[in-house]
Design a protein around this ligand. Structure first.
Ligand code: OOG
Ligand code: MG
Length: 260
């Protein structure tokens, strides 16, 4: 795929995100959108955000749990880029009017203390982690009805739109990260329960896989970056008035409110 075509596709997903206009799948008109080309579209779309003053603050893994793979009908892990316009303070409100058809999912987040370059094992990856937090990710696919193929969702920066980290940060070395229970509540009612083991067996394994996927494209993670390891349960649609909270054993809670 030519660079002009990559830039064209990046403009389509970026404009859809800015205008809250659902689009059809890119692969319908671009059957030559390979996974590699899709990551190039993703980077080009984030370049457009950077040109508007956003900064890269981390990376996310997606489709790392069976629940998410089954909900979305895509069965391979993917990664996306988190920018400064996406982070929300713990307990703060997001405006649903700025989003198209948002959903929310419970996640485990890492804050890196060191650069991390694959290939690495999960144990090695943990050595680059400064702390672990509970997190909620709001995803908002630019595709009609949240329907996409693997290259489409990669090109669309893996539906990234907002996320919140819990206020508490726990040292990773004290945790059995692969066995933390979690509960997600909407307006005080439990909507999903799960375990960190749902995230690629262990969120540390998801982090290592991210470093390894990045290494295959000549990229790495940087000290200070945030990493979302992937939704542990299916994602839940959001509406104005919702107050969503996740509580994860040992590492605490994160909360977000939704206003019109
Ligand atoms: C793609 C993003 C998936 C996760 O945690 O699995 C994701 C989507 O479901 O729209 O963020
Ligand atoms: Mg996610």
């Amino acid at each position: 795929m030519t660079n002009d075509r990559i830039q064209q596709l990046a403009e389509i997903v970026d404009s859809a995100a800015m205008n809250l206009a659902e689009i059809g799948m890119l692969t319908a008109d671009a059957p030559d959108l390979t996974i590699d080309a899709a990551y190039e579209v993703q980077e080009a779309s984030v370049e457009r955000r950077l040109a508007r003053g956003e900064r890269v603050i981390g990376m996310k893994m997606g489709l790392t749990s069976r629940a998410k793979m089954e909900q979305m009908g895509v069965h391979e892990p993917i990664y996306g880029i988190l920018t400064s316009s996406m982070i929300v303070n713990d307990g703060a409100a997001i405006r649903i009017s700025e989003l198209c058809h948002p959903r929310i999912e419970p996640e485990v987040a890492f804050i890196l203390s060191d650069d991390l370059e694959g290939p690495v094992s999960p144990a090695q990856a943990l050595m680059a982690v400064g702390g672990v937090c509970a997190a909620l990710e709001v995803i908002d696919s630019r595709y009609r009805d949240f329907k996409f193929t693997l290259p489409d969702v990669i090109a669309d920066n893996t539906s990234a739109v907002r996320f919140v980290l819990g206020s508490a940060v726990t040292a990773a070395d004290w945790l059995n990260l692969g066995n933390l229970g979690m509960v997600m509540e909407v307006n005080g009612a439990i909507v999903e329960t799960g375990s960190s083991s749902a995230i690629y067996d262990n969120p540390a394994r998801s982090l290592a896989e991210l470093a390894n996927m990045l290494a295959r494209r000549g990229r790495k993670l940087h000290a200070g970056q945030i990493v979302l390891s992937g939704g542990a349960t299916a994602a839940i649609p959001l509406k104005a008035g919702d107050r969503v909270r996740v509580e994860i054993d040992e590492i605490g809670s994160a909360e977000i409110r939704v206003i019109p």
